[in-house]
Structures are given as C-alpha cells and as structure tokens.
Design a protein. Structure first.
Lengths: 339, 325, 281
C-alpha cells in the first residue's frame, strides 16, 4: 500500500514536472485538419512548441474562441458581422482572421460500377440536397452524364450533424446557384437539412459515404483523396465541368487575391473564370487581437510566420492549394496587429 | 489521546473545558467534516439544477411549453423544439426494453429457479461484468460490427415482408438508425434486469413454490403463475431502473443513431436522442438561443430521469420490504 | 393425476427458452470480449503504449498520451470523489438520523441518476467557460459522478459492522471519531475498498463529460491545467473516422480499456467474496 502511494506521488510529480513546455490550445474546422495536424506535428519537431489542435468543426472554433476557452480557433467560413460584434462584446477586443490554405468541398459518392467522375450541375446538387432529385438516374443527372449507366437506386444524402464550415461553403455555393435553396434552407454553418444522414465532422461524413452504397456527401478534397472515395466534377460559373484539384482551386482564388480586403473575409464560391472549381474556399485561423500571455503570443505569431513561409510548401502534398502570393504578403503584415 | 475519564456511549461531558477537550480530541471536528461532505452533495446537486435552470432561461422564455411539442430543430431560423429528441430517447429506450425484458426476465428465471447455485452464481457474475463494459466500447462494437450486420439482416427481413411491412419498419435503411440504437441499448440494460430480477426471485419464500408444486403444477406453471407475480413489483423496479439507464445513455447511442434531428414513424430511419444531440452539438452551439435550447434539452432529460429513478426505487423498496416481512 | 401433454410441452419449452435467454446473455459478454480481443489484441504493439499519434492519414503512432491523460483525470476524480463520498457515507452511517439522512440519501440517488452528459454541461458552464479546457475540469466532472456511489457503498458497508464493536470501543473510552477510524472502518475495509474499485472502474469508461472538459490533445499534456487526450475520448474519435488505421487503434484501445475495467471489477468482487470466508484483520 505504501509503495502504491509512493508510485502515485511519483507519477503526479512527473505529470506536473512536464509543465515545462509551451502548449497552445486550439480547435475548430475539420476541413483543414489533415493539413493542421501535419503542420503542428512538424512545428513541434522543428521548434519544440506544442500546438494542440482538435478538429471539432468550425462551429466549435468560432464558439469557443468567442468564449475564450481556447487560444485560437479555426473556421472555414469568415465570421459574419454579427459574430464579430459578439466577439467584441464578449471579449472586449476584435478577432483577427488569417487564411491558411485553400481547399475545396467535393461531392463524394459511393456508386458501384461508376468509375469516371460524374458531372454535377449546381441545380442538380441543390435538387439532390433539397430532396427533389431522389434517384441516381434522374433526368438532370443523366443529361449531365451522357453515356454513363446511372442506376435507378435512391440517392442517400449525407451531410454534417453539427455546425460546420464545410457545410457553410457547400450551402453558400448552393445559395448562389439555386434560388429555391436560398429561400427554403438558406445559408449557415448549420441548417435544417431537408433530407439525409448526418455525420460529425468531415471524418464521419467520409466514413458514412464509404460505408453506405449509393450515397452522396460533401467532404473536403483531402478526405476524398486520402480515403480513395470517388468525387465528381461540378459545373462552374463559366459553364465548364471542373474537378477539384490544386490548379482549379488556385484559379478560384485568383480573382479574390487581387482584391483581398484587410480583414481577409471573402467567399470564393462560384467564382468566375476558366478552369475554376466553384466550391473552393479559404480557411482561416481565428486569433484574438490581444494575447495577454507573452509566451503564448510569441508562439502564435511565430507559428503564423512559419506557416506563411515553410508551411505553405507542405500544402500540395496533402492536396491543399497554397495561398496566393498577394495574400501571403498581406498576412505577413497583418501579424503585427496581434498585440 | 483518549480521555482518561471513562465515557459511557451517549453520555457526554459538558462545559467549556470539555468543549475544548472535545475539539482537541477531534471528535466534533471530524463530525463537522463529515457533515460538510454530506452537505456538499446537496450543494453540488442544487448548483447543478440551478445552472441548468438559469442557462436555459433564454429558450424557456422564448418557446415556453411549446418547446416540448415542437418537432423542428432549425439553427438558421432559430426555431428549436425538443420533440425529435424526446421521441428518439423514448423510442430507443422502449425498443431496448422490448428486447431486454423478455430476455432478461427469462434469464433471471433460469438463474433463480433452475440453475444449480454455483452455476447460477458464476453466470450472474459474468452477466454483471457485462454491465461494467463502458458505453463507448459498446458503441465501438455497435458502429463497426452491429450496424454492418444489421445492414445485411434488415434488408433481408424487409424483402421477406415485402408490401406487408408495417409503418414502423418502412423506408430506407442505412445502418445508423433508431433500430440500431435500440439494439445497442438492450445489450447495455439487460444485465441490470437480470441481476435485480434474479435477486427478487430468489427472495420469494420457498413455501409458495412448494405449495404450488404440491398442488400438481408444473415447474413452469409454478414459476410463471406463482413466483413471478409475487416478485412482480421488484421486477418492475428493475425494468424502471434499466429504463432510467437507457434514457441517459449517450455514447453508444450517438455512435449508431444517425444524428438527424427529425421525427419519423419508422424505426429504420436515422434519428437522435436527447443525450446524443447534446453530445454532438453542445460545444459548437453559437451562444444565445441555440445553446440555451440544448441546455433545456438537458433539463428535460434530467427531469425525466428523476421521475423514473424515483419510481424505480419506490417499487424495489416495496418489494424488498414485503419480502422481508 | 397425470399431466396433460400440453402442460408438459409448455413446461419443457418455456424452461428451455429461459435457458436460451441465459446463454444469449452470457454469450453477449463473450462476444464483446472476444471481438475486442481478436480485433484489438492483435493490433496491440509496443508503439501503442509508447508513441504519440501521427498526423491525420499517416499510419502508425500510438496512444501513450491518452493512457497518461486518463490516469491523471482518474487520479483527480478519485481524490475528489472518494474522500467526499466516503466522509459523507460515514456521516450517514454513524452520525445522522431521521429526516436529514433521508434527504441526503434521496439527493444522492438523484445525483447518481443524472446522465453523465448533464454533469458535463454543468462543469462546462461553471468551470470551463471561465478557465478553458483542462485535465482538472475533466477530473472534477468524473469526481462528481463518483460521489454518490462512494457514499452509498460506504454507508452500506459501515452499517454492516455490528454495533457491539462500536459499543465495546466506546466503553473502553474511545471518542466517536476514534472508534470510527480505528475500529469500524478497518472492520469494513474489504467492502470499502471493493466499492471504491468498482466506482473507479465505472467512471474510467465515461466519455461524455470528458468531451466538454478535458477536450483532447495530440501531444503530451503538461501539468493539470491543460487539455488532455483520454482513452475513451480517443476511442470515440477514432471509431467514427474513415481511416482503417484509426479503427485498428480504436479496437486496441478498447481492448486495453475493457481489460483494465474487468480486472478492477473482478478484483473488487474477489476481495469482498474472500472477506466473508476469512476473518477480518
């Protein structure tokens, strides 16, 4: 009994003793999680600073950074004016948003026998998620995919169960291409889905699509690639069917890069241009304007600097597109805003 | 440091000198400390109820009692109603009971009436171990094993039933569903029913059995028509207990229920439960009415579990007192 | 009087089916154990116990941080829940009487019946919303869950100590507190320890309250005020993910967790069982 207690005390000492290293806590978007998880691992290995990131969804990132329970948040949608106001009133300061990478929402599906990527128009996707297009061999889908043998099975829609930036990107796009969607469901990080199964996080939606025959869900490009889930092409504003890729996502940001506002809040869904993938988006880190703890402040600003330089070289391996050079330059200057 | 004067249990010295002595001897101090700990339970519980009540004020004032009847859960329009979750919780628990009660009472009968004592003790020990399996592990097995199995079994059953499938067995089935949640819950609550029912059955006086057998009843008739009715209240108590457990179950349910805040009549469709929706949406509910509504769901769940637990205790109490007479 | 065939048949069939029910019930346990063992046991390797998780999508890595995190959270929970529950149980068994005792017991049952997710909400609004996610807030949430069971089992086992022991000690001049500490508690010690172990086994598998309090961490969690990975929370996250390697790790973790829980359970029950056949020290 005595030895047991001494062992316990020793364990306690070790646990407390390990308090030496700096630890920053953040959480949020699942969209860029593969990238962040790689970055923070590399950063820890290279600089010895541990940045803990938990992927819980953009809603979590926004809500918890506003509540102040985490040091930084992450979100795939730029905060609305209301959310900025709420942050200001709750925390007495502003929140800064730093784009990190470019990614894309892809329509991933599980359809036996279909090998080539399917073509989806914006209206078709809206119809599917509204529950109006229920079968795979619906005329709209057949029209967009001549020569493909689409089965007459029901489409199993999969969406997110929680507040999500990935969802925001998706419904933002649907609002732009379908008046009906905009009226009936609207735009938000969490919406009242007319149909479908739900999964928590990109991970669960990907898992659900993988496991469920005839399903269609929206996930971030990296999840589709890492799990070898087939994903379709989407018709862009110029009328071409484009599949998400580094090139097409980069093209989507080109226009916004030139006119990037100071607070970096833009939406690049359904952007005009050739070869543009229409469901692309920036994703942001949310950092409070003032950070009281100097060690934490240094850790975060150092990381942001590293992210904008070394970090950007690592994005393509994980199928995220790098930030446009103009945006990087602007961000480097904006880091100084953190006090 | 015992006082030198012999003290008879109950009699205490009085006066200021003895007060100091008592405090120094630690007696009043230790009683005070123990008292404080007992009070802390009251304080913590009161604080909990207080927090639930005040944090849900926003949605309580906005929706009133309509919250319980509203089946919409719309974060964009800020229209929240708890009905899909109350429905999900109740239906999954009912389904779990439907499976676990016959199974559990049957097993309890076997263990109490038929099995030799050593075998009965051994098997009960193993069954009680099943109750110790953490919820997340049952959820793990449920999601990665049971759901794929159901994905094979249920469509076959549906094909067999064809057009005659009842309304609650209709619609598409994708694995995660109210049905799966009910099955998973039944695995978790069966041990409680078995354990407690076995106890109350064992407590039934032998004379009753012997009298029935002497009158020519078969073993089964004795058990079913004499013993079980006698132990009825205790068995009901165990069922209430199991139900209370099922209502609050979070992890196993949230992993297999589908997480869709909709109310449909079919067991085969995805749904959600009160505990499950809190687990999945709480940390990201943007303050205000959304968060308050989730906390109100927690309040409703809390209320339902209290009522059920109370009923369970009363029933078991009634039986054990009756048995002791 | 000869039994009709029908009655005999009903008798045989119904009795047999109760046997089937029992086999199913016991079989469930072996199914759960067996499946975990087959899927998880073979996935266990040294890495699992010593390495940190690898980035998303990469193979390998382990759960060393989750194992330590769980241990730390449970340590805090035990330090909070056991003393309070124990002392409150002492109060109910030795000092209190009548209405007050009934009130405490009733409220304890209330607290015991509260779903763990509601306790998570409570700790989040009271602690986490003010000071962030942390190991100790997770410990507090689990500690609150331990209190009612600690109280009930303490009271039950202390009451089972015969009154003659108490009276004997006090007749010899011992104060009440001394009697309790040196006579009553040692007499009930087997039951008390067994109760604490079962209590610990129960909360070690709790996941829901940890989601809102301990949060999660892919690295080591220093000290007590930082978020930490815990075994049940990681099992949950990995199980619902699409990565087969994470599934494999979830099985392994589930196997480790279940083995620990069952060992504690079996030990606790054996302590009580053997105590009734030996003389207490």
């Amino acid at each position: 009994m005595k030895r047991f207690t001494t062992a316990l005390i020793a364990l306690a000492m070790v646990a407390i003793g390990a308090a030496g290293q700096a630890l920053i806590n953040g959480g949020g978007a699942t969209f860029p999680y593969p990238m962040y998880s790689k970055w923070f691992n590399e950063y820890k290995a290279k600089k010895g600073v541990a940045i803990n990131y938990q992927s819980q969804g953009s809603g979590f990132g926004v809500q918890q950074i506003t509540a102040g329970t985490i040091d930084f948040g992450a979100s795939d949608y730029a905060l609305t004016d209301d959310q900025l106001k709420e942050f200001q009133s709750k925390r007495g300061m502003a929140v800064l948003e730093f784009p990190t990478v470019l990614g894309a929402d892809v329509p991933a599906y599980n359809l036996k026998g279909v090998t080539a990527p399917l073509n989806f128009t914006g209206e078709a996707l809206a119809g599917i998620f509204l529950g109006k297009i229920t079968k795979w061999n619906d005329p709209e889908l057949v029209k967009a995919n001549p020569g493909v043998n689409l089965p007459k099975t029901d489409i199993v829609v999969v969406h997110r169960s929680e507040n999500s930036g990935t969802t925001f990107i998706w419904v933002d796009y649907l609002c732009k291409v379908s008046k009906e969607w905009e009226m009936k469901v609207g735009r938000g990080a969490g919406v009242n889905w007319p149909v479908g199964l739900a999964g928590k996080g990109n991970e669960a939606v990907a898992g659900q699509v993988e496991q469920t025959a005839n399903s269609l869900g929206y996930i971030e490009l990296t999840y589709a690639i890492q799990n070898k889930i087939p994903y379709g092409k989407v018709k862009n504003a110029d009328g071409e069917f484009v599949q998400a890729s580094l090139a097409s996502v980069t093209a989507a940001a080109a226009g916004a890069a030139k006119n990037m506002p100071d607070d970096f809040r833009v939406s690049i869904t359904n952007a005009p241009g050739k070869g543009v993938y229409p469901i692309s988006s920036f994703t942001w880190l949310l950092v409070p304007e003032k950070i009281a703890d100097p060690a934490k402040k240094k850790a975060i600003t150092d990381f942001l600097t590293w992210m904008l330089k070394d970090g950007q070289t690592m994005t393509e391996a994980l199928s995220f597109a790098q930030l446009p050079k103009e945006v990087v330059a602007k961000e480097v200057k904006a880091i100084a805003k953190i006090k | 440091m015992a006082s030198s004067a012999a003290t008879i249990a109950g009699a205490r010295p009085h006066g200021r000198a003895s007060f100091v002595k008592r405090v120094l001897s630690g007696d009043s101090l230790s009683q005070a400390v123990a008292f404080v700990c007992a009070m802390m339970i009251l304080v913590v519980t009161a604080a909990l109820v207080f927090e639930l009540w005040t944090q849900s004020a926003l949605s309580r004032h906005k929706f009133g009692f309509h919250f319980l009847a509203n089946s919409t859960w719309d974060p964009v329009a800020e229209n929240f109603g708890a009905l899909p979750f109350i429905y999900g919780t109740v239906v999954t628990s009912m389904l779990a009971l439907l499976i676990a009660v016959p199974l559990g009472v049957g097993a309890a009968i076997f263990l109490a009436e038929l099995a030799p004592p050593k075998l009965s003790d051994g098997m009960t020990f193993l069954i009680e171990l099943l109750a110790a399996v953490p919820s997340v592990i049952i959820g793990l097995i449920g999601f990665l094993v049971l759901v794929p199995m159901l994905n094979v079994v249920v469509p076959s059953i549906k094909d067999l039933l064809g057009d005659h499938a009842p309304f609650f067995f209709s619609g598409a089935f994708y694995g995660v569903s109210i049905l799966s949640a009910g099955v998973v819950l039944s695995i978790m609550i069966a041990p409680y029913i078995i354990s407690v029912s076995r106890e109350v059955l064992l407590a039934v006086p032998k004379d009753l059995r012997e009298a029935a057998l002497a009158l020519g009843a078969t073993r089964w008739e004795t058990t079913w028509q004499v013993v079980v009715p006698y132990a009825r209240r205790g068995i009901m108590g165990s069922i209430f207990l199991a139900m209370a457990r099922a209502l609050g179950e979070t992890m196993a349910v949230t992993m297999v229920v589908g997480n869709v805040p909709k109310l449909t009549g079919s067991l085969l469709s995805a749904g959600d439960s009160m505990a499950s929706v809190i687990a999945s949406q709480f940390t990201e509910a943007a303050g205000g009415v959304y968060l308050s509504s989730l906390i109100e769901v927690g309040l409703v769940l809390f209320g339902i579990t209290i009522i059920l637990n109370g009923a369970a205790r009363l029933l078991i109490l009634a039986t054990t007192e009756k048995g002791a007479k | 009087m000869k039994l009709s065939f029908r009655r005999k048949a009903v008798n045989a069939v119904m009795l047999a089916s109760t046997g089937v029910c029992t086999v199913i019930a016991v079989g469930l346990l072996f199914f759960v154990l067996g499946y975990l063992f087959v899927q998880g046991g073979f996935s266990l390797n040294w890495d699992f116990f010593t390495k940190l998780p690898t980035p998303v999508g990469e193979m390998g890595g382990g759960m060393a941080n989750a194992l330590l995190g769980s241990a730390k959270v449970l340590l805090i929970a035990t330090c909070l829940g056991v003393p309070i529950g124990f002392l409150a149980g002492v109060y109910l068994a030795e000092y209190a009487s009548g209405a007050f005792a009934s009130v405490i017991r009733f409220v304890t049952d209330l607290l015991n019946g509260i779903p763990s997710i509601v306790i998570g909400i409570f700790v989040y609004t009271v602690i986490v919303a003010r000071s962030g996610f942390s190991t100790y807030s997770g410990g507090i949430a689990l500690g609150i869950m331990m209190i009612p069971i600690a109280l009930r089992s303490t009271e039950e086992f202390l009451r089972s100590v015969p009154g003659s022991l108490r009276e004997g000690a006090m007749a010899l001049g011992a104060t009440k507190s001394r009697t309790i500490a040196t006579v009553v508690v040692p007499a009930a010690i087997r039951g008390l320890i067994s109760g604490m172990m079962l209590n610990l086994a129960r909360v070690s598998g709790e996941t829901a309250p940890l989601l809102f309090t301990a949060f999660g961490n892919q690295f080591w969690s220093p000290g007590w005020t930082q978020p930490t990975a815990t075994l049940p929370a990681v099992i949950y996250a990995y199980a619902v993910s699409p990565y087969p390697d994470w599934h494999r790790q979830a099985w392994a973790a589930g196997f480790v967790l279940l083995t620990l829980v069952l060992i504690i359970n079996i030990t606790a029950r054996t302590i009580v069982a053997s105590g009734s056949s030996h003389k207490s020290r």
